[in-house]
Design a protein around this ligand. Structure first.
Ligand SMILES: [Zn+2]
Ligand SMILES: [Zn+2]
Length: 386
C-alpha cells in the first residue's frame, strides 16, 4: 500500500507501542509472537494471557467498546466493509476490495473483542503460500498463475461470536423405528418394512460449549470453512497490541441475533440427541420446550490474510489462515479467474470421450466393420491438445 506521497508503506506502525530502548515504533512479529523494534532490534516479550473469560449477557450493554481504545473506525465506500485500525496505522485501502476507505468515527460503539488468536503465519509465509496455491490452479489463465503480483495483502482479524449455554429441555412426542419382518402370503415369504411407533416424554439436560457464529460474511462461508480449524487452545485475552499493523473487521451480525442462530443450532442438536437416546429414525411429532438455564458469550477475532489483487480489473480475493495446520503448512482458499480457453478445452475433451465411447459401443454393437482405432485416435488427439 502507499501513503499520501505515493511511497510504499507497510501497515505495521503504531505510536501506542514504542520501543523502550530507542522510542521507535514497535511491530507485532508473528514468527516470535513478540513486539519487535525494526530500528534497534529490541524485543519486547508479549505475555499472552490465556485466562479468557466468558461474559454473561447482562454484561453486553456495558461490554467494552472500541471507543475505549485508541483506534479509528473506517467504512469502505465501495464494498461497505467496516474495519478498525490502530489510530496511527496508515489506512489507505480496504482489505477486501482495495479501494480507498472513508473515515467514519461514529461507529466506535462496536463491542471490543474479548479474545483473539494472534497471527502465527508471517507476511512472507502467507505470500509464498498464495503464490504456490495460484500455480496449482490449472484452470486459471497462465499469466494469473505465474505473473500476477500480490500488491495488496493485509492481515485482518475476522469477528466471531462464541456462545456457551446450559439447557434443560422438556419433550414429548411420538417416535418410530424402522423394522423389517418376514411374512408368508399365499405360500410365499416376503420381507416387509414397517414402523414401530412409540410415545416418549422426559427431560434432557445439555451443555453447549463455544458455538461459533460468524460476525459477518465478508469472507464467504465456503472459503472460511477451508481456513478452519482455529484451535481452542490458541485463544488469548485480546490486547490492542495485536492490532499493531493489522486490521480488525467489525461485525454486522449483532450479538443477540447471533445468539438466535446459536439457539437454532442447539435446538437441532437437542432434537437429534433425543432421537439418538431412543434409537429412533422416524419422527411423528416431537415437541421441545428448551429452557436456557445460563448463557455466556465471547467476542473473538480470528487471524486471516486477505489479498485484493486485481486481474483484468476484477478483484479476486484469496485468504490465508493466520495459523498453521497440523503439518506447519499455510492454508489458502479463495477465488481465481478461470480461462475460457481451458474451460472450452475441458468441455471438448469431455465431448471427445463421450463421442469416442459412443463410437466404440456402436462398432461393437453389431456392425461388421470394427474400427476402434478411429475412436481411440480421437480421444488421444484431444488429450494431446489438452
Ligand atoms: Zn528500538
Ligand atoms: Zn471495500
Amino acid at each position: 500500500m502507499y501513503d499520501e506521497k505515493g511511497n510504499k508503506t507497510t501497515l505495521r506502525k503504531s505510536s501506542q507501542h514504542k520501543c523502550p530502548n530507542c522510542g521507535a515504533y514497535l511491530v507485532y512479529d508473528p514468527e516470535t509472537q513478540d513486539m519487535i523494534c525494526e530500528h534497534c532490534d529490541s524485543k519486547v516479550d508479549i505475555k499472552f494471557n490465556y485466562a479468557v473469560r466468558e461474559r454473561g449477557f447482562d454484561e453486553l450493554e456495558n461490554a467494552p467498546r472500541w471507543s475505549d481504545s485508541n483506534v479509528e473506525c473506517y467504512r469502505c465506500s465501495n464494498c461497505g466493509a467496516s474495519t478498525v485500525m490502530d489510530r496511527d496505522t496508515l489506512a489507505t485501502s480496504c482489505p477486501y476490495c482495495g479501494s480507498p476507505v472513508v473515515v467514519e468515527t461514529k461507529k466506535r460503539s462496536y463491542v471490543r473483542p474479548d479474545t483473539a488468536i494472534p497471527f502465527q503465519v508471517t507476511d512472507e509465509e502467507a505470500r509464498d503460500g498464495i503464490l504456490k496455491w495460484r500455480r496449482k490452479r490449472i484452470l486459471a489463465p497462465r499469466d494469473f498463475r505465474k505473473h500476477i503480483a500480490i500488491d495488496e495483502m493485509k492481515g485482518v482479524y475476522l469477528p466471531v461470536w462464541t456462545f456457551d449455554s446450559n439447557t434443560e429441555t422438556f419433550y414429548n412426542g411420538r417416535l418410530g423405528r424402522r423394522r423389517t419382518r418376514t411374512v408368508r402370503r399365499n405360500g410365499k415369504t416376503y420381507t416387509e418394512t414397517y414402523i414401530d411407533w412409540f410415545y416418549v416424554n422426559g427431560t434432557v439436560n445439555m451443555a453447549f460449549d463455544d458455538i461459533l457464529v460468524r460476525g459477518n460474511n465478508n469472507v464467504p462461508e465456503k472459503y472460511f470453512d477451508k481456513l478452519k480449524p482455529f484451535p481452542q487452545q490458541l485463544y488469548v485475552v485480546y490486547d490492542d497490541k495485536y492490532l499493531a499493523g493489522y486490521i480488525a473487521d467489525n461485525y454486522s451480525v449483532q450479538p443477540l441475533d447471533a445468539y438466535e442462530q446459536a439457539k437454532e443450532r442447539m435446538r437441532n442438536r437437542i432434537h437429534s440427541e433425543i432421537l439418538r437416546m431412543y434409537n429412533a429414525d422416524v419422527v411423528g411429532v416431537l415437541n421441545l420446550d428448551v429452557r436456557i438455564k445460563d448463557r455466556s458469550f465471547k467476542y473473538a477475532m480470528l487471524p486471516v490474510y486477505i489479498t485484493a489483487s486485481k486481474y483484468r480489473n476484477k478483484v479476486f480475493n484469496q485468504y490465508v489462515s493466520g495459523v498453521f495446520n497440523a503439518n506447519k503448512q499455510v492454508k489458502v482458499a479463495g477465488r481465481y479467474p478461470k480461462s475460457p480457453l481451458k474451460i472450452g478445452l475441458l468441455i471438448a475433451l469431455g465431448l471427445a470421450l463421450f463421442v469416442g465411447a459412443f463410437l466404440i459401443m456402436n462398432r461393437f454393437g453389431g456392425f461388421d466393420n470394427v474400427d476402434i482405432s478411429f475412436a481411440l485416435g480421437h480421444v488421444k488427439n484431444s488429450l494431446t491438445i489438452w
